[in-house]
Write a protein that binds this ligand. Sequence first.
Ligand code: ZN
Length: 161
Amino acid sequence: MTIRTYGDGVLRRSADPVDAIDDEIRAICERMVETMLRANGAGLAAPQIGISKRIIVLDADDAFHILINPELVETSDEVAQSIEGCLSVPGVDAPVERSVRAVVEGTTLDGERVRIEGEGLLARAIQHEMDHLNGNLFLDRLSPAKRQSLLKEYRRREETE
Ligand code: ZN
């Protein structure tokens, strides 16, 4: 149950929509939740476990959320910077600007349509995981100079591990 890391092509692909919620999808969601919990993450997107499908799990407020085919329907104009990291780029983090409020709609494992309105950490996690489904990483949101220095640190850490 390894987490795919920076450089793995699956992280750069735009993930495919889920056609039907079947046993395979249920098993993927279970693996995602387990992986997120073990890694102590606030969220996880299916490409991070090597599955290019539009599924995210979130653990950034008082409840778990499993969302299939999620869509970001609203983000606030108001933004804030906060330190952000990613389980797929382990060991480094950087301040990233995000909307302070984000609304996502998607389908639960029971096939129910839900709408989740997030603020603070949940809003940030929603935007971060939605980025993953579109092949984007948090470091893409940094200035080129910041991104370079972060990647340099990341590679240096990788070499010493
Ligand atoms: Zn991430």
